[in-house]
Ligand binder design. Structure first.
Ligand code: ADP
Length: 191
């Protein structure tokens, strides 16, 4: 199985590149942000619980996120592999993901980190906010909180994968297809 973690700050282009990756390599997409938004729209208990964290630009508690990912993996067994997008976002989540994958005997193949400068992230998120309808994209303070939370709580996850020799940096600025090509160069090593 090909299991990829797509990593990077909010606005790095994970969603865009994920769509292309799941298509090309036939993977099941697990985006925790999308799963929370779906729960929110459907008014589930989990959606209501997640909302206040998302609205403030904070992380949803680990046990909630991990439980949700576990459920999602159990749902879908026939796949070439998984693409994790926006997860893991803390060391605790990274450890839990390793445990989940070990249980299924399909370790994470590689981690791709999209590198985008902060000014560019802010511009992209504000631009996305005009059309996405996402409340967390429409306010500069919330965007800044998300970037700060990323730096403080999520960046250590990069070190976690560096220690496992699975970390790969890809420039996330420039043409979408060029970025995708560079991601594929790394992914193809694991086919
Ligand atoms: P972003 O555009 O910031 O990358 P996402 O769509 O991935 O946003 O996630 C939106 C929000 O959902 C986050 O700001 C956070 O509140 C919550 N969330 C998503 N994934 C996680 C996760 N793995 N751990 C904790 N919270 C998460």
């Amino acid at each position: 199985m090909l299991n990829i973690v797509l990593f990077g700050p909010p606005g790095a282009g994970k969603g865009t590149q994920s769509e292309k990756l799941i298509d090309k390599y036939n993977l099941a997409h697990i985006s925790t942000g999308d799963l929370f938004r779906k729960n929110l729209n459907e008014g589930t208990k989990m959606g209501k619980l997640a909302q206040k964290y998302m609205d403030e630009g904070n992380l949803v508690p680990d046990e909630v996120v991990i439980g949700m990912v576990d459920e999602r993996i159990k749902e879908r067994e026939e796949t070439n592999g998984y693409l994790f997008d926006g997860f893991p976002r803390t060391i605790e989540q990274a450890k839990a993901l390793d445990r989940l994958m070990d249980k299924n005997e399909t370790p994470i193949s590689t981690m791709i980190s999209l590198d985008v400068p902060e000014e560019e992230l802010i511009t992209r998120l504000l631009e996305r906010g005009k059309t996405s309808g996402r409340p967390d994209d429409q306010n500069l303070d919330k965007i800044k909180t998300r970037i700060q939370v990323y730096q403080e709580e999520t960046l250590p996850v990069a070190t976690y994968y560096k220690e496992q020799k699975k970390y790969n940096d890809v420039v996330g600025v420039g043409a979408i297809d060029k970025i995708f090509e560079n991601i594929c160069k790394e992914v193809d090593k694991h086919l």
